[in-house]
Structures are given as structure tokens and as C-alpha cells.
Design a protein around this ligand. Structure first.
Ligand code: KG4
Ligand code: ZN
Length: 359
């Protein structure tokens, strides 16, 4: 069984070809192509939907050809075509979805509509024989979710964010600090040399008694802290309160040190909440396995912190390699393969859904 999958839910255009398992070995990834549009959106400080969909249209044919060439197969050897059908940006989802449907019709093969969140959620098991029950923490630019995973397609949402997603908080705080987009890697890099105890930032909803998150208060706390420690930008026409190099007390820290401390303090606040809520979810469900997925799971401090907490509590911890954590089509192909193995295919009339929920 060979599956071609397309992912265009946001600002990454991706195509992957996955050859299914047999009894001897697991699935083989024949091709995985990702074209990131980060550079196109960076100047706007975030993703511009119209720019994203135009780029998907421009990139997709090239990526499809490249994937087929590196997999060394012809279209007739593909048994099913899959695409992310939501959640995501409507005009972006439409591009990949229409292309996959067109290919499926042309080749006379089945089409599978895949939930982007299911792709993330299953990615820690990429290549494994079996999806073991687990508590999944999905942290991306659009979502922060705790999910009780009983098996493929059997998901119970335990908690979600009430406002900003974890990745969104990284992106917004990076913007406040005048750093580049996406903010996660920028903050992580600066946090490495920072003192996480320097600034006392809130751990919102830590004791709320439920498994929901809130990150907008943390972002606001950083916003209010800024004028106290640095002079706001005097750059004319600056749309956001990026920082000027000047510092009120030149004897204490250079600007870079202040930034590093702020990034480390912010990152630790996010990690503390994610860890404590995950441990609560494990305790409530009596689960002994935690998986971590989504773009924010590239963050090494988060990975190590959760790994250590799980080890201390006798919990198995699984996280995918970083290339599988940010948006890609290999995870979509893997989710499609698991569905196909269970005889599940989608109707060609199935529409994209920008707000598709995980069920
Ligand atoms: O899963 P993803 O690629 O796209 C969505 O489905 O949203 O996640 C993108 C998010 C962005 O918010 C980005 O800032 C964040 O993942 N991210 C990180 C890191 N790398 C990416 N956040 C924290 N630390 C990182 N190293
Ligand atoms: Zn994603």
C-alpha cells in the first residue's frame, strides 16, 4: 500500500509518499518534501492567508514532481491520495485538498481527508506497529490540547486553551520583543543563555482544577514588564512595541542579557503549565504514557522537562523527531495509512473544514 499525502493547512506546502508496512518491517517513507513560506510572511509578523494560498498553488506542482522523482515511482503505483482537510486556513486547505482529490479521481484511487491534529497526535508513533493508548499533549501555533487517546480515531478532548495557543504565545511574545517569526525558535535560542528565575511571570490556571490552558495573561504580563526594563522602540511607524537597544540601567545588563532572561523566564512559565497539566491529565485518567506533538514540541527545554517529569513518575514519554513535529505531510500520510488499514476512506464530496474538531 503506497500513499501520497499533501499538507497545506497553513504556511508549509508539503508532500510525502509512504509505503505501507508488511509483516517483516514498518512503513517506509519514500519521500517527504516541505517548502516553508516563513520568509514570505516574516515581514508581516505572521501568516497572511492570501499570500499563503498563492504560494501553495505555486509550490505544489514542483513538490509533487520532486516527491515522485525521489520515491522513484509512477502515479499508477500509488494506492490512495490523502490531504489535510482541517483545521487550518480555508484558502490554503482548499489547494492541497483539491489537488489530492483531482489526483485520486484521475488515478481512480481512493481519497482520504485527514484531520491535521490527528496527524500531529499520531506522529510520536511514526513507523510503529501499534498506537498504544496515551495522553497526547498537542502544542502548535493554533492549538494547545490534552487528549485521551484510546486508539486510532478514538479521542477524548480533556483540555484546550481558552485563548492563545502555546505556539501563538511564543509568536506574540517574540513580536513584542522585536524578534523574528516564527517566534518559538527565536525565543528558544535566546533562552539558552538566560536566567529563567529573573522575571516572575504568571503560571495561569495552574490551580484551576481543570485541564484547560490560558496563555494570553502571560503575554500581557510580558507586555507590562517591558516598559519597566527597557525603553520602547522609537522606530517611526513601528506597528508593534519592539525594543530599542537602550537600557534604563546600563550598569546591570546589556540588552541581549535582558532579552535572554525574559525569553528564559517566559519559556519556563509555558513549560511549567504544560508539564503540570499533563501530569494532572495522566493522574486523572490513570494513564502511564504521555506523547508530545505539534510545532512547539521542537522546543528542547520542553522535551527535556517533560521527559524528566515522566521519568520521575514512571511514565513512558514519546515525542517525534523535530522534523516530524512542525507541519509536514509524512504525519498526514501516516494517519491516512492507519485509517486505510481499518478500511476507512473519505467521500470525494467531503468539504474542507477550517474549524474541524478532533473526534
Ligand atoms: O505545528 P506547527 O508547525 O503549525 C501549526 O499547526 O500551527 O506549529 C508552529 C508553531 C509556531 O507557533 C512556532 O513558533 C512553534 O510552533 N515552534 C516552537 C518551536 N519551533 C516551532 N515553539 C517553541 N520552541 C520551538 N523551538
Ligand atoms: Zn500543525
Amino acid at each position: 500500500m503506497t500513499i501520497l499525502a499533501i499538507e497545506t493547512s497553513c504556511d508549509e506546502t508539503a508532500v510525502a509518499i509512504l509505503r505501507g508496512r508488511n509483516r517483516q518491517c514498518g512503513p517506509e517513507l519514500l519521500a517527504s518534501e516541505v517548502a516553508s513560506q516563513t520568509a514570505e510572511h516574516e515581514k508581516f509578523g505572521g501568516v497572511v492567508p492570501e499570500v499563503a494560498s498563492r504560494n501553495h498553488v505555486a509550490q505544489l506542482p514542483r513538490l509533487l514532481e520532486r516527491a515522485m522523482a525521489s520515491a522513484k515511482i509512477t502515479i499508477n503505483e500509488i494506492d490512495a491520495f490523502a490531504a489535510t482537510s482541517g483545521p487550518g486556513l480555508a484558502s490554503s486547505l482548499l489547494v492541497g485538498n483539491s489537488a489530492a482529490k483531482g489526483l485520486a479521481i484521475g488515478a481512480g484511487k481512493p481519497f482520504l481527508a485527514i484531520n491535521h491534529l490527528e496527524g500531529h497526535l499520531l506522529s510520536p508513533f511514526f513507523g510503529c506497529e501499534k498506537i498504544e493508548p496515551n495522553i497526547a499533549l498537542i502544542v502548535s501555533g493554533g492549538h494547545s490540547l490534552l487528549v485521551n487517546v484510546r486508539g486510532v480515531g478514538d479521542y477524548e478532548i480533556l483540555g484546550t486553551t481558552l485563548d492563545d495557543a502555546a505556539g501563538e504565545a511564543f509568536d506574540k511574545v517574540a513580536k513584542l520583543l522585536g524578534l523574528g517569526y516564527p517566534g518559538g525558535p527565536e525565543i528558544e535560542m535566546r533562552a539558552q543563555t538566560g536566567n529563567a528565575k529573573k522575571f516572575d511571570l504568571p503560571r495561569s490556571m495552574l490551580n484551576s482544577g481543570d485541564l484547560n490552558f490560558s496563555f494570553s495573561g502571560l503575554k500581557t504580563a510580558v507586555r507590562y514588564l517591558l516598559p519597566k526594563i527597557v525603553i520602547p522602540s522609537e522606530v517611526e511607524g513601528s506597528r508593534h512595541e519592539s525594543l530599542k537597544v537602550t537600557h534604563r540601567d546600563p550598569s546591570t545588563h546589556a540588552r541581549d542579557d535582558v532579552l535572554a532572561d525574559l525569553c528564559a523566564s517566559f519559556q519556563e512559565a509555558v513549560i511549567d503549565v504544560l508539564r503540570e497539566k499533563s501530569l494532572c491529565a495522566l493522574q486523572q485518567t490513570k494513564s502511564r504514557r504521555l506523547t508530545l506533538s505539534g510545532g512547539v514540541s521542537c522546543n528542547r527545554a520542553l522535551r527535556e522537562n517533560l521527559r524528566a517529569a515522566c521519568q520521575k513518575n514512571g511514565i513512558e514519554f514519546l515525542v517525534a523527531e523535530p522534523w516530524l513535529c512542525t507541519d509536514n505531510a509524512a504525519m498526514i500520510a501516516f494517519a491516512a495509512m492507519l485509517r486505510l488499514e481499518n478500511g476507512i476512506v473519505s467521500d470525494l464530496a467531503e468539504e474542507i473544514d477550517p474549524n474541524l474538531a478532533l473526534r
